[in-house]
Ligand binder design. Structure first.
Ligand SMILES: [Zn+2]
Length: 440
């Protein structure tokens, strides 16, 4: 088995912190040796200046939302008016255009250091809700797109049955999302096979989209899988849930046994104090998406309180208003500062843990997201000699670097990005044509 050797001028090694001069050996897609304190690289080692991190996990993505970037800022509006624009794009997609767009978006993620994406997938069927000849044509387009881009994917296939907390039927483009009932969803998703770069997980779109009568059975059928659910992104969802069920969305999920350590609540922007205790007490993860939450005027989630209660935090770029996991990571801390008028609520190590190991774990890849012997050989080299990062200490890079400062990315031992360029795809050109095809 061929061994590749890399020398990191600085590396972040999780609990061991920021360490200089680390020699990394890789064979068979895994780290086989991690040796700090090697000042003189051996012959044949590839030198990586700057800071080397484990692979970043983007734990919450809707790839097609990337088509809306920079196109929804005129005229004000709200989350709900933005959602109508998003539905306009959803109405246009087919498996081919979905594949082209997702492949370009995942390649943009690779350029930003993302080695694994969690795709929260609900656009399942044809324009009027009729299944395609292959009922999983859209999901398989997403799996293929990640392979083309050179990253891993967890396809979080979403159950989506209703258009309101009260159980109103699906309407308009939403008919593309629905499988009729839980058995329909189970039968379709059972036919999905995971290639080596993929896992098949599950999602419960939200308490708006899944009537309460299905929740207990959904929890039983998805035990042990990575399961993600949108939770309390908007105050209106809480108000509707209280009106219909007399409890909050987190309370409703808990009542039906949905909350658990293999489950990730996405956003949790407006939880009550009791909700925070429920989420933390059940070790339910929380995926924060700060750049989307501010773009959509959702609000600021209580990240510190959730983490203190026991919820592991992960990060996602969700609507892809930007794709930059450094911006997501520091957004968690910086939003806390704005909300609480105090600095230093999260350490750099906590923010990087959310962006790496915790995100991979939330997506079902517990053997990724760390630079350690036996772990999947993912690494991200961040330059510390650009106009943005020159003079920045390695321990402060998460507060200064951008996706544009990523020079090299390796996923499962394969180089995906070299010298800031994707090794296989012209990412900007593919994004341009894929976005134009669904918006022009
Ligand atoms: Zn989402």
């Amino acid at each position: 088995m061929r061994t590749m050797t890399w020398h990191a001028r600085h590396a972040w090694l999780g609990p061991a912190g920021f360490v200089p001069d680390v020699l990394l050996e890789v064979a068979g897609g895994r780290f086989t040796a991690v040796t700090p304190g090697v000042a003189v690289p051996p012959p044949g080692a590839t030198r990586l200046g700057g800071l080397v991190l484990p692979g970043l996990a983007n734990a919450h993505s809707h790839a097609f939302h990337r088509a809306l970037r920079g196109r929804t800022h005129a005229g004000g509006g709200s989350f709900w008016t933005w959602r109508q624009r998003m539905y306009d794009v959803a109405a246009r997609l087919d498996p081919d255009s979905c594949h082209a767009l997702a492949r370009a978006v995942y390649a943009e993620m690779a350029l930003a250091g993302v080695t694994c994406v969690g795709e929260f997938h609900y656009l399942h069927h044809g324009p009027d809700g009729t299944p395609y000849a292959d009922p999983n044509a859209m999901g398989e387009a997403l799996l293929a797109a990640a392979a083309d881009a050179g990253i891993r994917i967890t396809l979080l296939d979403a159950l989506y049955l209703s258009s309101s907390v009260a159980g109103a039927p699906l309407d308009g483009v939403q008919r593309r999302f629905g499988d009729g009932d839980l058995d329909g969803w189970s039968a379709r998703t059972a036919a999905l096979a995971a290639p080596p770069h993929a896992r098949i997980g599950a999602a419960l779109h939200s308490v708006r989209a899944v009537p309460a009568g299905f929740l207990t059975d959904f929890a039983a059928r998805t035990a042990g899988l990575p399961v993600h659910v949108h939770l309390s992104e908007q105050r209106a969802e809480n108000e509707q849930c209280l009106a219909v069920h007399g409890c909050t969305p987190a309370g409703l999920l808990d009542r039906h046994g949905v909350l658990a350590g293999h489950v990730t609540a996405v956003h949790a922007t407006h939880p009550s104090a009791a909700d925070v205790a429920l989420l933390g007490g059940t070790r339910t993860g929380v995926c924060l998406c700060p750049t989307t939450e501010r773009d959509l005027a959702d609000g600021i989630g209580p990240g510190r309180a959730l983490a203190d209660a026991g919820s592991p935090l992960s990060l996602g770029s969700d609507s892809h208003a930007v794709i930059d996991m450094f911006e997501e990571a520091r957004g968690v801390e910086l939003h806390e500062r704005l909300a609480g008028e105090r600095r230093g609520r999260f350490t750099a190590g906590e923010l990087l843990h959310a962006a790496t190991a915790a995100g991979h774990t939330a997506l079902g890849w517990a053997d990724a997201g760390t630079i350690a012997v036996g772990a999947r050989a993912d690494l991200v080299a961040v330059r510390l000699d650009t106009a943005r990062t020159a003079g920045v200490a390695p321990a402060g890079a998460v507060f200064a670097a951008t996706a544009a400062d990523v020079s090299h990315v390796m996923a499962d031992g394969r180089l995906v990005v070299a010298d800031g360029r994707h090794v296989g795809l012209d990412v900007a050109a593919e994004l341009h044509s894929a976005v134009t095809a669904v918006t022009a």
